[in-house]
Design a protein around this ligand. Structure first.
Ligand code: FAD
Length: 327
């Protein structure tokens, strides 16, 4: 069985769980096995159907009043109890802040290995083992990791790597309620209050057009020109880590291995060299335009259209053209 931990926050499923169910279905075809989904919480049984419609054969609903708010102690213990019972061959979690702290703790309790932040998952043709691929050595090479001796084979996967599966309203499956044996005494940390951070920047993973700037942009003020271009195109601004580290953009707008993975219809990379860690976050964009003064910049190799020149004059010309078009 392939098991996917599907995170819910305030009763809302995170997309990454659904993305992983989609991928798990594909892997399950090579293994000829079931796909199960797990949700944890209090009164969250209604989510089961949605997970079945998205591809789960079985949904385990870990239900307990103490699970109403997320706590690391109780989530770890409850999931550990379920996994020890069900013994899945593979366990997938989203590499969200919660998945990233649950994954290693579960792996330690289950005495198995965990490959974190995978960007690709496959089943070995002969071995039938899960091949977990992730960037290694600062992204300079891709390492494929296996877990031959221990079960489950565990991986965390960043949100946005795999597409959302299509929904089938007629799909049938089984929802199983699981009551973990947990008590208040298992809690070492008590959550008093959850304060929601008000999002002031857009979620770039949902955008169709992204104008991304890098170190070549030169200053925070220069980003205003990119804002103008993005607005005319109906898109948003994002950037490379160099732009974020320079304090020109907030971290939420960073694209790449340690930022967000985006797949817009149009990605315009302005003054970005195309380091492997940046490319890891945008290479699946439908159409890539690179604007760079260096014709040999690595970004040119993956661009559908490369414009060689000083970014400012190119962007100003584009803005002028778009303004003319809009009248
Ligand atoms: P540079 O590499 O300095 O490139 C600037 C580009 O601008 C050059 O190609 C130059 O020709 C061009 N340019 C300069 N002036 C002009 C001009 N006037 N007109 C036109 N073009 C001009 N990077 C990320 O982006 N995202 C990540 O998530 C990320 N994660 C990382 C994780 C690790 C573990 C490590 C080690 C690195 C990571 N990096 C990441 C950093 C990455 O290796 C690069 O350092 C970074 O992407 C470089 O950003 P840049 O392309 O903006 O800057």
């Amino acid at each position: 069985m392939i098991m996917v931990f599907c995170e819910q926050r305030n009763g809302e499923l995170l997309n990454v769980g659904l993305e992983l169910i989609g991928k798990a279905r594909e892997l399950a075809r090579s293994l000829d096995c079931e796909v199960s989904a797990v949700v944890c919480g209090h009164n969250v049984g209604y989510i089961g159907n949605r997970l079945i419609q998205n591809g789960a054969d079985k949904v385990f609903v870990i239900e307990h009043e103490l699970l109403e708010k997320y706590t690391l102690d109780l989530y770890t213990e409850s999931l550990y109890q379920l996994i020890s019972n069900e013994k899945p061959d593979i366990l997938l979690l989203g590499a969200t802040s919660i998945g990233r702290e649950l994954g290693p703790r579960l792996a330690a309790r289950l005495k198995t290995g965990l490959t974190a932040d995978c960007t690709q998952l496959e089943i070995g043709q002969e071995t039938k083992l899960l091949l977990m691929t992730r960037p290694a050595f600062g992204g300079n090479l891709m390492a494929t990791i296996i877990c031959p001796d221990r079960r489950p084979q565990m991986a965390t996967i960043r949100p946005g790597i795999f597409p959302l599966p299509s929904m089938d309203a007629n799909r049938k499956g089984e929802t199983i309620l699981f009551n973990p044996k947990i008590t208040r005494e298992d809690l070492r940390v008590r959550v008093e209050k959850i304060v929601q951070k008000i999002r002031t920047v857009k979620d770039i993973t949902a955008e169709k057009i992204i104008v991304a700037g890098g170190r070549g942009i030169g200053s925070k003020e220069n980003f205003e020109l990119l804002e103008e271009l993005a607005e005319l195109l109906g898109g948003v601004v994002a950037g490379s880590r160099a732009a974020v580290d320079a304090g020109w953009l907030p971290k939420e707008l960073q694209v790449g291995q340690t930022g967000k993975v985006v797949k817009p219809k149009l990605y315009i990379a302005v003054g970005i060299s195309g380091a492997i860690q940046h490319v890891a976050g945008m290479q699946d964009s439908e159409y890539i335009i690179a604007i760079n003064k260096d014709p040999d910049a690595p970004i040119m190799k993956i661009a559908d259209l490369g414009i060689v020149g000083d970014w400012k004059s190119v962007v100003k010309a584009l803005i002028k053209e778009l303004r003319n078009e809009k009248g």
